[in-house]
Design a binder for this molecule. Structure first.
Ligand code: DAT
Ligand code: MG
Length: 149
C-alpha cells in the first residue's frame, strides 16, 4: 500500500493547526499509520533537506525546522503521495490555491506550515529517515469498504 511522509512544521504547531491538518487527511479517507511530535536535530534536518544543501535558503530552512516541535506523520492510501501534495498546495503559500493548506493558512514561503514527500521513492526515503519500522502501525480501518470498492 502506498505511503507518504508528512511533517507539520514548527509554524503549524505553534499556530495550533495540528488538529485541523490531521482532520483534512482523515476526512479525505487516508489512514494514519505513524505519528510523533519531536524536536528535530540539526543532523536529521540536514539529511531530510539534503537535496537543497546548495540552495541559498538551506541554512534558514534548517534553522526553521529545528526551531520548535514538528509533528511527523506517515499516511497510507492509494495515490496518497500525489493527493497529499494537492491538499498541501504550492510551495509558496501566497500563490497556493485557496482550499489547500498552504493557500488557506500561509503568506510566506519560509513559513509554509507542512512538508509532504514529492514522489513515491522520496516518501520511502523520508519514512525510513524519520521512523523506525516498529513505530509504524499496519491496520485496516473499518471504514475501508465505504471508502473504496
Ligand atoms: P516543497 O516543500 O513544496 O516540496 P521544495 O522541496 O522546493 O518545496 O523546498 C523545500 C522547502 O524549502 C520549502 O517547503 C520551503 C523552502 N523553500 C523553497 N524555496 C524557497 C525559497 N525560494 N526561499 C525560501 N525558502 C524556500
Ligand atoms: Mg520538497
Amino acid at each position: 500500500m502506498e505511503r507518504t511522509f508528512l511533517a507539520i512544521k514548527p509554524d503549524g504547531v505553534q499556530r495550533g493547526l495540528v488538529g485541523e491538518i490531521i482532520r483534512r487527511f482523515e476526512v479525505k479517507g487516508f489512514t494514519l499509520v505513524g505519528l510523533k511530535l519531536i524536536h528535530v536535530s540539526r543532523e536529521l534536518a540536514e539529511r531530510h533537506y539534503d537535496v537543497h544543501r546548495e540552495k541559498p535558503f538551506f541554512a534558514g530552512l534548517v534553522e526553521f525546522i529545528t526551531s520548535g516541535p514538528v509533528v511527523a506523520m506517515v499516511w497510507e492510501g492509494d495515490g496518497v503521495v500525489a493527493s497529499a501534495r494537492k491538499i498541501i498546495g504550492a510551495t509558496n503559500p501566497l500563490t497556493a490555491e485557496p482550499g489547500t493548506l498552504r493557500g488557506d493558512y500561509g503568506i510566506s514561503i519560509g513559513r509554509n506550515i507542512i512538508h509532504g514527500s514529492d514522489a513515491i521513492e522520496t516518501a520511502q526515503r523520508e519514512i525510513a529517515l524519520w521512523f523506525k519500522e516498529e513505530e509504524l502501525a499496519s491496520w485496516q480501518p473499518c471504514l475501508a469498504p465505504w471508502l473504496a470498492e
